[in-house]
Design a binder for this molecule. Structure first.
Ligand code: GLU
Length: 524
């Protein structure tokens, strides 16, 4: 179904789905025009809005449709369709393009484009400190997205398992924070970037780890989680949290990774003893048990859709958008994101925060957990690492994402014609660009016009009153702009809604040079 048709349909109903609007939508999905749609056609339509068939929120509707289909092979009739849609806010909003990313299909096309641009980058090398990571196929590359409304998209190797490694650190911090509160946790761990490498033998001036996202801090967090409980229960708690974050049964444990982590852990043992010497741990902490627990957390495995859902939970104030379950409080999620923003990318954290500007955590498995607060969670997984330990493709993907969309923490959401705001539908983005073009023309800003043109915006675009860039430049005496637009062969014989042409505007403003420029252009 074309977007134009959809738009027409939505225009018929401003609040909720009126019967007429729903009928139009039904007819548009019913490509056979026999008054029935198949479950497959229904789910395909929803998929274009990011709502997937296995969405637990739609379990009942899925069952109803499957039952109806098995009873009557013709498919789902209009009555069943409209009753089901009207019962579900998710379906109503999704089909009306009112979820956080209204043009989800368009957004996914951009993601695929970025993926394709990044895929050829085979720079870097897989982590080789343990054989289990050294053996991973470096060509693998997955991107998964989950918005705060539970719109999902997976691309590439999203069905492959990988281990958490350092991406377990922000979640272990959240678990400890949730249980013990900010003050208690930060009595044992600082919250400053260390400016050193992730496993550096260094503590802050209070003899504490600099932050929870480097190894010393992560070992400390592990010592804090449910610390009076038996170790098996503590590990269960971490696994259960990941299940809650993913909203799936996808969470596994890789015992070989764990065993080799433990075997090659001299530095982590040294860090733990160093902290113990400084009395940084709570009393009665069992160091060996704590270290083993930390290695086990690093060895948890999942697939990219699950990590995206975990990231979306952090983006959504601690509530999993796919299940509605509150996994962490909003303040726990906020504190975690602050730390990911300043310390999540090893020794590249400052640069990442400056240039890219959204919270992220990487791990040596090549995993990256990325959060666009209040919008979406993203997982990128690609095993080749740069010399700092970050996924090469993950970092490049982030850069391109940040160049295209206004996702940097400090991007202006209002005065930003350079970047797309995917929270707006494509018409709103287009309108912004057209207004930007016309504004630039009236202010003589040829550079800005070139930038807008480079985004594919037609220089003949007009505003609601039919005023084009050429009208505005001619009225305001912006000869340089008029010259440029003429060179780009825009239409000069164009009327606004009062019948005014650029030539008339130039004459009225007594802009002689422009009058001549336009006369010559129109004569040729
Ligand atoms: N298991 C690794 C370690 O503690 C984690 C490394 C990482 O992903 O940064 O050495």
């Amino acid at each position: 179904m074309t977007t134009i048709v959809k738009k027409e349909i939505f225009n018929q109903s401003k609040k909720g789905f009126k019967k007429l609007a729903l009928k139009g939508l039904f007819d548009a999905i019913d490509s056979n025009k026999n008054g029935y749609i198949s479950p497959e056609q229904f789910w395909n339509e929803l998929k274009s809005h990011g709502i997937l068939e296995n969405d637990k929120r739609l379990k009942e509707i899925k069952n109803t449709f499957s039952r109806a289909y098995s009873e009557n092979q013709k498919g789902i009739d209009f009555d069943l369709f409209s009753n089901s849609i009207n019962q579900s806010v998710l379906l109503t909003k999704g089909l009306r393009g009112e979820l956080v990313i209204p043009d989800f299909n368009g957004f996914c096309k951009q993601i695929i484009d970025i993926y394709n641009q990044v895929e050829g980058n085979m720079g870097g090398a897989v982590a080789d400190y343990i054989p289990q990571l050294a053996r991973v196929n470096p060509k693998q590359f997955a991107v998964s997205i989950c918005t705060v409304d539970g719109q999902r998209f997976d691309y590439g190797d999203s069905d492959r398992n990988f281990c958490l490694q350092s991406t377990c650190k922000p979640i272990n911090y959240c678990i400890a924070h949730e249980e013990l509160g900010e003050d208690f946790v930060h009595n044992h761990i600082g919250r400053e970037p260390s400016g050193r490498s992730f496993n550096e033998m260094a503590l802050n001036n209070d003899g504490l780890p600099h932050n929870p996202l480097i190894n010393a801090g992560a070992i400390m967090c592990s010592s804090l989680i449910d610390r009076k409980a038996p170790i098996a229960d503590r590990f269960d708690k971490v696994m259960k949290t990941w299940s809650d974050l993913s909203g799936s049964d996808d969470i596994a444990f890789n015992n070989s990774v764990y065993l080799s982590e433990r075997q090659t852990a001299d530095r982590n043992f040294a860090l733990a003893y160093f902290m113990s010497e400084k009395k940084a741990f709570p009393e009665n902490t069992d160091l060996i048990e704590t270290l083993e627990f930390y290695f086990q957390c690093c060895s948890i495995e999942l697939k990219s859709p699950s990590m995206a859902s975990a990231a979306a939970t952090l983006a959504n104030g601690g509530v999993n958008p796919l299940t509605g379950k509150k996994v962490f409080s909003a303040s726990t999620a906020k504190n975690c994101l602050s730390l990911m923003n300043s310390c999540g990318m090893y020794d590249f954290s400052g640069e990442y925060a400056f240039k890219i500007g959204f919270p992220a955590k990487s791990g040596v498995s090549g995993a990256m957990l990325i959060v666009i607060p209040n919008v979406m969670g993203i997982c990128v997984w690609s095993p080749n690492l740069d010399e700092l330990g970050n996924s090469v493709r993950g970092v490049e993907f982030s850069k391109k994402l940040g160049e295209r969309f206004n996702f940097h923490n400090y991007d202006s959401l209002i005065n930003n014609n350079d970047k797309i705001d995917p929270r707006k539908n494509k018409y709103e983005n287009k309108i912004d660009n057209v207004i930007g073009l016309i504004y630039a023309a009236s202010h003589g800003d040829v550079d800005e016009i070139k930038k807008i043109e480079a985004k594919g915006i037609d220089l003949n675009s007009a505003d609601y009153d039919g005023r084009t860039a050429l009208h505005l430049a001619a009225s305001e005496g912006q000869a340089e702009v008029v010259e440029y637009l003429i060179r780009r062969k825009v239409n000069a014989d164009v009327k606004d809604r009062w019948g005014g042409t650029p030539s008339k505007d130039a004459k009225r403003g007594k802009h002689k040079i422009i009058v001549e420029l336009l006369e010559n252009y129109l004569a040729n």
